[in-house]
Every structure is written in C-alpha cells, then in structure tokens.
Design a protein. Structure first.
Length: 321
C-alpha cells in the first residue's frame, strides 16, 4: 500500500490527453478496489464539482489532471478552500504546468511516484484574472494564463470543433498530435481571418486610444504560450499586473513557436496594468486558457481575481523566476 504523508484530492478530466484522464481514473479504481491506495477523486464530467466540496475541504491539497482549460474551468470554484493546487499535465499546451516547472516526464499512472513528486513541491502564489463581459459587464470568466481575441480565438474554436469530431484521430499521438493539428489549422486560416480595430482604456491613464488592423489581442499573465513558445519576457504570474500585447502581422507569431529567440520581432507590448477595458466593433471570438470563448457585447474588462497557491517543484522558496 502507498504510504501517503499528505492527503490530496484529485480532480480529473477524463477526456484530456486523448483519454489519459480516463486511464488515470481506471488506475485509481483498480488500486482502490485492491486496497493498494486510498486517494479520493472526482470526474468533472460525472457530476458538478460542488458535490464533493466536503471531501475537498478535508484534503491537504488539490491535484488537477488535465490541461490549461481544465484548470481554468475549476480554479474559481476552488478559491474558497485556500488549498494549494498541483497540476498533472494531460492537455495539449500545458502552459501553466510548464511555467510551474511541472515538466518532469513521470509516468502519470505510477501513483506512488506521482504523490511523491507533489509532496516535495514548493508553494507559489499566482494572480488569477477576471474577464467581465456582456450587458453592463455583469458576466464573468476567470483565467490563469491568458485571454486573447481575433486570429487565436478563431483557430482555437475550429480546433475545439475538430477534436470533438468522431473522425478526429490526431489525439492518438497525444499532445504532439493535437499540436500538429493546431498548427495545421493556423496555416489553413492564415489568410482568411480579417483584421479588426479596438479602443483601449487602461487603469493608469485617463482617456482612450485606438489600435487598428489587429490580428490578435492578447492578455498575458504568464510568458508561456501554445505549449512551446513565449509571448513576452516580462509577465510575472505573482503580481497584480497583466500585459496587453497586439499582433498585426504573422511574423509576430514566431515567438509562439520558437520562444525568446525571435522575441525582437514578436508581439507589440502595449503595457502592464492592473485593469484594462477594450471596446470591439462587434462581439469577438476569443480563447481563455486554450478554450473557445465568445464575449457577448462589444466591451470587456480585465481585473485582478484572487491569489491562488500552486505546487511547483522548481520554485524553491515560493519565488517566481
């Protein structure tokens, strides 16, 4: 029997990683049935998260098995428990896990090694962000990594539609198959997406200014993006500032793939603020931590959410590099 010196609660997305989430559930069921391990878990597709709040409350930490979208989906509901969150990266991009240093290639089905890995991790604080939209900006969605509108949003929406198709097979090759499909969709839609104009208001300045011929508008809380690259070199997940970047031509996407080596020709940094407000000419397609999102109404506002503790094996002393 596995000897756990801490009591994690697992939240699992069974569809992540082309079925890796379901494989983890099956492994847990098998070991629980044989009394080899006693880890409580929740399948997010089986029942609402609030059905297991009491079990979460009695746990020492929360482990989320899934991708960036899975973390973003549940993080606001978990804020009341004040428990650190660890990420078992099963998604396509896994940008937050990469930022946290959770890139160790452990066997996610080796539960003893998995628990030992997170038991030794340090705790760091990350600032989450709330995106307000809709009538009178009363609707809200929370994110950890980034939110973008324009070309990125169009590609994510088409990718989401593709990966939910019964004929989709790229996920048989895991995250690399999904990434290849995402890149292919990006290339196919390169010249079909139209540019747009926006009006920007920032917290530290009165008035507003216009930006024209935009392909993508990106709010970056972390530097990592698209699973392999970086959007900028200054984003700090712990502070209460978020960076606004604009992309007008396709060469500015090079850091998305090749990282800081091409940062000189990367996105245009508009600035860092605690709050932004953007006016679009019409409701715009976007993405929140890798999941499709459409903001009803023409205006959005970005404001600080809550501070969330995460488990990071490489962040000694709880300090972000």
């Amino acid at each position: 029997m596995v000897n756990l010196s801490f009591s994690p609660f697992l939240i699992i997305n069974p569809g992540s990683g082309g079925g890796k989430g379901q494989a983890l559930i099956n492994k847990l069921k098998s070991q629980i049935d044989h009394q080899d391990i006693a880890i409580k878990y929740h399948d997010i597709t089986f029942a609402p998260l609030n059905t297991c709040f009491e079990e979460i409350r009695n746990s020492s930490c929360i482990l989320i098995a899934g991708g960036d979208g899975t973390v973003s989906k549940v993080v606001s509901e978990l804020s009341a428990f004040k428990l650190p969150i660890g990420i078992i990266p099963l998604g396509t991009g896994n940008d937050l896990a990469r930022t946290l240093g959770v890139t160790k290639k452990f066997d996610f089905l080796d539960l003893k090694a998995l628990m030992s890995f997170f038991e030794k991790a340090a705790t760091v604080e990350l600032q989450t962000w709330d995106l307000f939209y809709g009538a009178e900006l009363k609707e809200k969605v929370t994110f950890c990594n980034y939110a973008s509108f324009g070309f990125d949003g169009t590609v994510i929406r088409k990718f989401d539609r593709l990966r939910n198709s019964p004929f989709y097979f790229a996920d048989r090759f895991g995250r690399y198959g999904n990434r290849a499909a995402y890149v292919a969709l990006s290339l196919v839609n390169t010249f079909s997406h139209r540019r747009f104009n926006i009006v920007i208001k920032r917290a530290s300045e009165k008035g507003e200014f216009k930006a024209q011929n935009i392909r993508t508008l990106l709010f970056a809380n972390i530097r990592a993006v698209v699973g392999v690259g970086e959007s900028n070199l200054i984003s700090n997940p712990a502070d209460n500032l978020i960076e606004l970047l604009l992309l007008k031509n396709y060469s500015q996407y090079l850091p998305y793939v090749f990282g800081h080596k091409f940062m000189e020709c990367g996105p245009s940094l508009i600035g860092s603020e605690s709050e932004w407000q953007i006016e679009f000419p019409e409701p715009s397609e976007g993405q929140i931590d890798g999941e499709p999102f459409t903001a009803t109404g023409n205006t959005i506002r970005i404001s600080p959410g809550h501070q969330q503790s995460f488990l990071s094996p490489l962040r000694a002393g709880g300090v972000w590099s």
